[in-house]
Design a protein around this ligand. Structure first.
Ligand code: PMV
Length: 339
């Protein structure tokens, strides 16, 4: 039975993008967004999405404003995600969603991860549900797989899970950001929206890449290695396994038909710059997602040098610097609207 809401069912939340060190690529269930592999990430600090959600009995349809513009493409996904929360609250009230990112949207910087994490945290509060974080992670996953990890801060693992309904395929924090405060420099090499989104890329890879089986079969060992490196705060060990996972994911996707090429010339140049720094003793490694940006992860002592070196790379437009951040959290609605 659907219930009517109080006039003012409004809340806002902030969430940060995360960057996978052990990558997620491939879905075993499309509608539920269940992965073929587990994954492990770090949540960032200074980059954020701020989102306010107002449920109102006066609204005839859901509405979405993203970075000041109506966004019909994202609205469908946002509505589907809100439906999960509406079902829990027993309401059919429509919502007005206003969301801002302080970084480029849809360009391989995980704006969908922070976006859906902020959305579910805000909607949960607006509806007065108070769902556990595991359920928020599950609902965020339905919007965008990697969003399951942005519910949490620091070092986070998203479990593969076994259940067909996906209730056990949720993220959990494995180490606080403060316990090992690595730094990240993001080299922006293009601000264009990517040509092939992650869902299309993953499906094409699963259908055509001859390496799909090897990808699935080798992931558990990579996760175990990364977990061990994090527990031991062993930077070199984490660097080796993270670059391995990144290059393996891209090799898998490049071997699809037609092959997926997410890199440009500056991406490649930045990878070589990071490798050269590391060869000269600087504690840094790279990772790259389904886009051309290069994320360089380093120890705090190397942060200034790494950012400066990336700024010198031909084709790098801008370098964003950040540390590791905390979980998605509620913020005043006025703060979200001022974003
Ligand atoms: O969550 P999606 O559908 O945006 O896919 C994310 C895929 C990668 O960023 C390439 C890897 C990852 O684990 O985040």
């Amino acid at each position: 039975m659907s219930t009517s809401l109080d006039a003012d069912s409004c809340a806002a939340a902030q969430a940060h993008p995360n960057i996978a060190l052990i990558k997620y690529w491939g879905k075993r269930d499309l509608p539920l967004n269940l992965p073929v592999v587990g994954s492990l990430s770090i949540t960032l600090d200074t980059l954020w999405t701020r989102t306010s959600v107002r449920f109102g009995n006066d609204l005839l349809t859901d509405r979405l404003s993203l970075n000041g513009r109506e966004d019909a493409k994202q609205l469908r996904k946002v509505s589907a995600c809100l439906d999960l929360l509406r079902a829990r609250a027993g309401t059919e009230a429509r919502a007005e969603v206003v969301s801002h990112n302080n970084f480029p949207t849809g360009a391989g910087l995980a704006s969908s991860a922070s976006g859906f994490a902020a959305l579910v945290v805000a909607a949960d509060a607006a509806l007065g549900l108070g769902l556990p974080q595991g359920t928020l992670s599950e609902f965020a996953r339905r919007g965008s797989g990697s969003a399951s990890r942005s519910i949490f801060g620091g070092y986070v693992e998203w479990a593969l899970g076994e259940r067909p309904d996906g209730e056990d395929s949720v993220a959990r924090p494995i180490l606080d950001a403060q316990a090992w405060p690595l730094r990240v420099a993001v080299a922006i090499t293009s601000t264009a929206e990517k040509a092939i989104g992650s869902t299309e890329g993953m499906n094409r890879t699963a259908d055509t890449s001859p390496y799909q089986r090897a990808w699935i079969d080798t992931q558990e060992a990579d996760l175990a290695e990364a977990r061990a490196a994090i527990v031991a705060r062993d930077f070199e060990r984490l660097a080796d396994i993270s670059e391995f996972s990144c290059l393996k994911m891209h090799a898998l996707a490049m071997a699809a038909k037609p092959g997926l090429l997410y890199w440009n010339a500056a991406t490649m140049a930045a990878m070589h710059a990071v490798r050269a720094l590391r060869a000269s003793g600087v504690p840094v490694f790279f990772t790259i997602d389904a886009g051309p940006q290069v994320k360089a992860i380093c120890l705090p002592s190397a942060a200034v040098q790494v950012a400066a070196a990336l700024r010198e790379v031909p084709g790098v437009l801008k370098v964003l610097e950040t540390g590791l951040g905390g979980p998605a959290k509620l913020i005043p609605v006025t703060e979200a609207e001022a974003a």
